[in-house]
Design a protein around this ligand. Sequence first.
Ligand code: ADP
Ligand code: MG
Length: 253
Amino acid sequence: MTSPLYPVSTQAPLISVQGLRKSFGDHEVLKSIDLSVAHGEVVTIIGASGSGKSTLLRCLNLLESPDAGHVWFHGEDLMDPSTDVNRLREQIGMVFQSFNLFNNKDVLDNCTLAPLTLKLCSKEQAEATAMRRLEQVGLADFAHADVRRLSGGQKQRVAIARALCMNPEIMLFDEPTSALDPEIVGEVLEVMRQLAADGMTMVVVTHEMAFAKNVSDRVVFMDRGVIAEQGDPKQMFTNPQLPRTREFLSRYL
Ligand code: ADP
Ligand code: MG
């Protein structure tokens, strides 16, 4: 038997949305969004505040429930009532601007909480995984530190390690460095850059244009609830097609 030219997994997108709509009251925040992300792809989402970036990201794992459209993950429709959304959601890691760590637990316990609560492994296994992930983000020495004593950059790296402890297939980041002092943004971006280099599939909402340009495979520009333009980072940054993309990017020059 001849082997297939491409592994099956690279043919289908890992996650995709089609015709996604979401309103809050009479404000239509997402106006029929189509987006597919392939295995191993790093997609950055840029756009002005209020353009719908967070809502789109939150719809990808149904933290926000869409009004219409479809969200497929691994070929399963998350909007289908018969789909076990919780099981699929466990494979989607999410990192927020505000860390969302448990301040009354130490770093290691933050990392082992979800796998242990969901009874995915033994305590020993969860701790071994957590130590590996903390090492990956450069915080192995802080396993027993009090979360409250960490810097913002360290907290965000713990949040990334915690998400990785679930062995996710994809990581969603919502402005992970926006709450950080400028001098510590770099340490978080470096962890993300390494994660991308290791092949993690990532969707990153960010205002860090250097990251979008240098690390991502594709840049998606959102404007008032639609994907106005998307493409290869070099093309997007050197030769955007739409005046509104140019206008948005000019604010970062
Ligand atoms: P972005 O992340 O691009 O700044 P958001 O997706 O957070 O944009 O928000 C898009 C719009 O939707 C904004 O006008 C925001 O005020 C509104 N919005 C977001 N979440 C809610 C909510 N839970 N209830 C009401 N309005 C919301
Ligand atoms: Mg947002």
